[in-house]
Design a protein around this ligand. Structure first.
Ligand SMILES: [Zn+2]
Length: 113
C-alpha cells in the first residue's frame, strides 16, 4: 500500500493561481494602497512576499484574507475549501483546527456573493 499525503498530488503553483482568483476576484493588488505595481521581495514560507512600488507596503497573497496567518501550503488550503464547498462531513474539521473555521467563514462569504 502506498501511503502519501493527497496534497502531494496537487501542484502548489496551480493552487496559488486558484487562490489568487478566488481570494482576489477584483485583482491581486496592494492591500495598503490598491496599487498593482509590485516587486518580488522574498519567499515567505509557501507564498511569495511582495513590496508595493508605490507605498512600499509588504504583503502576500494571503494578506487581508481569512488565511493571513496560515502556515499551510496552497494545495492544503485548496483542499480545505474544496471539502467545504462540497459539503463534506464536519468530522474532517478536527484534523485542521482553526484553519477549518477560517475556511468555513471564507466559504460562507463566497456563498453570499
Ligand atoms: Zn501599496
Amino acid at each position: 500500500m502506498i501511503d502519501f499525503a493527497i496534497t502531494d498530488l496537487l501542484d502548489d503553483t496551480i493552487c496559488m493561481i486558484w487562490l489568487e482568483r478566488h481570494l482576489h476576484p477584483d485583482g491581486f493588488n496592494c492591500p495598503h494602497c490598491g496599487s498593482a505595481n509590485r516587486r518580488f521581495f522574498r519567499q515567505q514560507k509557501h507564498f511569495p512576499a511582495y513590496r508595493c512600488r508605490d507605498c512600499d507596503g509588504y504583503y502576500t497573497l494571503m494578506t487581508g484574507t481569512a488565511f493571513e496567518k496560515t502556515r499551510q501550503r496552497p494545495a492544503t488550503l485548496v483542499l480545505l475549501l474544496r471539502g467545504i464547498t462540497k459539503g463534506e462531513s464536519p468530522a474532517w474539521r478536527g484534523n485542521w483546527g482553526c484553519h477549518a473555521n477560517r475556511c468555513i467563514r471564507f466559504a460562507n462569504g463566497c456563498r453570499r456573493t
